[in-house]
Design a binder for this molecule. Structure first.
Ligand SMILES: NC(=O)c1ccc[n+]([C@@H]2O[C@H](COP(=O)([O-])OP(=O)(O)OC[C@H]3O[C@@H](n4cnc5c(N)ncnc54)[C@H](O)[C@@H]3O)[C@@H](O)[C@H]2O)c1
Length: 269
């Protein structure tokens, strides 16, 4: 997701610094960006020179201190509260007082992330969809302390990136995942209970509901660890057993079968 966000920001004309914990992850991100832009070159949607210019606008680093001059930071690290609060503490320490700190979290409370910083008014959710270069929506989430000024800047930025911003308040799973994840979890329960095969479950939702991909394929694309983390946030946040994660999802994550990114999930890649 981080690479996709860096790509659309650079394509939108912004200078981008992509930061991660290790060079190998940055190299992987740059490779993803190169592949995605090359597809556009091949289809004559982008010139070779434009592609080079976009790539040249992205610098990579493992040093979080390199973000000291950034006006807007979009955090897209692992979906884990402890990891994210650690990153927000560091960002708060290294960034300018007027920098906006946005999170691409799929489900973690923006209000909670904001409390570990000295500028909760400048913390906001900027939830891009996967794949970032293709999907139009950015779900914008206001934390309890997010100001109108911060919201306006992020709304305008989203439009500058060619996206459609839609706003919601901070609530577990926001809108997108509060609706999507229980559907995916239910599909996993149906598979777990032997109600239908993976192909039937996905086919029924594709052909019957006009979904572009079935829920089990979508789960594999999102990452099963991410799906599990989101179900746990819904379960904890609402305290309602209807959000309990399916044991089969937990078992797959325990086995390291995380979907497309690990080569195996509900399907093999
Ligand atoms: N995968 C999706 O479809 C999707 C969609 C929308 C939003 N999101 C959200 O985007 C975020 C990232 O998801 P992803 O699927 O790209 O995860 P991922 O695990 O593929 O990537 C996370 C990246 O964060 C890096 N990272 C971990 N700790 C870090 C730290 N302390 N400092 C810097 N970098 C660190 C990892 O090295 C890795 O490169 C999550 O919050 C997720 O909920 C994911």
């Amino acid at each position: 997701m981080g690479a996709g966000i860096a790509q659309v920001a650079a394509r939108g004309g912004f200078d981008v610094i992509m930061q991660d914990v290790a060079d190998e992850f940055l190299a992987r991100g740059m490779k993803t960006i190169d592949r995605s832009l090359q597809r556009d070159v091949d289809k004559a949607r982008l010139s070779r020179d434009e592609k080079s210019a976009i790539v040249a606008r992205i610098k990579t680093t493992t040093d979080i201190g390199a973000l000291s001059d950034a006006l807007i930071v979009v955090e897209a690290v692992t979906e884990d509260l402890d990891v994210k609060t650690g990153v927000f503490r560091s960002l708060d320490a290294v960034t300018r007082a007027d920098a906006i700190l946005a999170s691409n979290t799929s489900s973690i409370s923006i209000t909670k992330l904001a409390t570990v910083t000295q500028k909760p008014d400048k913390v906001i959710g900027m939830h891009f969809m996967n794949p970032v270069p293709v999907m139009k929506l950015i779900e914008i989430i206001r934390g309890a302390a997010t100001t109108d000024q911060t919201y306006e800047k992020i709304r305008a930025l989203s439009e500058q990136l060619g996206k459609v911003p839609l706003e919601c308040h901070d609530s577990p799973g926001f809108i997108s995942n509060r609706l999507l994840m229980p559907m995916i979890n239910e599909a996993i329960f149906a598979l777990y209970e032997g109600v239908a095969t993976r192909e039937s479950i996905d086919g029924i939702m594709k052909l019957g509901m006009n979904h572009p991909m079935g829920p089990l394929t979508l789960a594999d694309f999102i990452g099963l660890d991410v799906c599990l983390a989101i179900m746990n946030v819904l379960h904890d946040g609402f305290g309602d057993s209807k959000y309990r994660a399916c044991p089969l999802l937990k078992r797959y994550v325990d086995a390291g079968w995380l979907g497309k990114k690990s080569g195996r999930g509900f399907y093999e890649y």
